[in-house]
Design a binder for this molecule. Structure first.
Ligand code: F6R
Length: 370
């Protein structure tokens, strides 16, 4: 079943490119416009949506956080992302013009299921982004957009995460198309970029795995890791931190790079590993410069810096002890590649420590209790 791979996790990380490609498949008409046939909510209703609330848990919630940057930018409506278990137990403001988007790989997460039941009782429409055909969450939603990552067996979610980002991006672009918040050409251009992502992810798998493995070997005894990122790199940092704690049982914390001086920098001591997601040095250079100054600050305090950066970024070379390179791509699409070395890193760390990467202790693949 593992098809020659040492673990399901290894196999599934190597299926990231396919998960992205398959989730894009069949979502366009001959003119290149987006058609989401499964989203059976009338265009007039979709046009009236003035707010999106994403509900999800764990990795799926990080896919929602990534999508927030893109959807708010493209569609100009507010997107909130809330952990399903927190959402449910307050009194969230929901109207018929709110679209609740539930993201779930398994489609059986009880917390997320309870959140959508609550949303529908309040009169909001619910759209599920789900990887499992016919699961409870899509069954109880008004509409569904399936991710086509294929069955995910390893407990730690990998290929489902990249597929969730793609599905949420398709939804955002579809909204932009029907609300007319972007030019058709702009949408087509982003779709073209999305189509090139499987190849870029493959490049990371082919060329960066050795560096990742060497870095893991070097850091195997580290007791804790800090992960930091800014903008879309922030949820990627959270996801990298979650992967490592969940399968390598290492204490990690992920935070927004801008928070460094508001507290977390106190943790940085000689030898402390800090993983930093560095945005592209082209275009949005203020973002890049701010993150680079964060690296300088932790480096000055003796941190061991592991950096995910764009090929050829001179600052990465200058301040990093180890670099995982990303091929050139637009900022909004960079999470699809940046998470890949972090998935490999967590897996390598767990393997080196002798743990079962597919079945981490205390965890279940789908959490069907509250
Ligand atoms: C992390 C992980 C969990 C799940 C979370 C939601 O690797 O797998 O954090 O992402 O339990 O699960 P689904 O997506 O099935 O609702």
């Amino acid at each position: 079943e593992k098809g020659g791979w040492p673990s399901f996790m290894d196999k599934e990380i190597h299926e990231d490119p396919e998960a992205v490609a398959n989730t894009l498949l069949g979502r366009f008409d001959a003119k290149g416009d987006i058609v989401l046939d499964e989203v059976r909510i009338e265009p007039e209703v979709l046009r009236s949506i003035d707010r999106i609330v994403v509900v999800a848990c764990g990795t799926a919630s990080y896919a929602g956080l990534v999508a927030r940057y893109a959807i708010e930018h493209w569609v100009r409506i507010p997107v909130e992302v809330e952990l399903a278990h927190e959402f449910r137990y307050r009194d969230p403001i929901l109207t018929p013009r709110t679209l609740v988007v539930a993201i779930s790989q398994s489609g059986e997460t009880m917390d997320t299921l309870m959140a959508i039941r609550h949303a529908r009782e309040q009169g909001s429409r619910v759209l599920a982004i789900c990887n499992t055909q016919g699961a409870s969450i899509p069954r109880e939603s008004d509409a569904v957009l399936y991710t086509h990552a294929g069955p995910e067996i390893a407990v730690a979610s990998t290929k489902a995460f990249v597929a969730q980002i793609v599905a949420a991006y398709l939804l955002g672009l579809y909204f932009a198309q029907i609300k007319g918040t972007m030019f058709r050409d702009e949408i087509h251009h982003i779709v073209q970029q999305l189509r090139s992502m499987p190849e870029k992810i493959q490049w990371v798998l082919d060329t960066q795995a050795d560096t990742v493995n060497r870095t893991a070997t070097h850091m195997v005894n580290a007791r804790s890791f800090l992960f930091l990122g800014r903008h879309v790199g922030y949820p990627v940092a959270l996801e990298g931190a979650l992967k490592l704690k969940e399968i390598a049982y290492t204490f990690t914390e992920g935070f927004a790079a801008g928070e460094l001086k508001h507290g977390p920098i106190a943790l940085v001591d000689a030898g402390e590993p800090v993983v930093v997601i560095v945005p592209s040095s082209r275009g949005r250079s203020t973002l890049h410069n701010k993150v680079v100054s964060g690296i300088e600050e932790v480096k000055a305090r003796g941190a061991y810096t592991i950096v995910v950066a764009e090929e050829g970024d001179p600052d990465a070379e200058r301040y990093a002890d180890a670099v995982f390179w990303r091929p050139v791509c637009s900022t909004l699409l960079s999470p699809l590649v940046d998470v890949v070395p972090l998935q490999l890193f967590a897996m390598d760390m767990a393997m080196l420590k002798g743990y079962d990467v597919d079945k981490p202790r205390n965890l279940a693949k789908s959490v069907t209790v509250e």
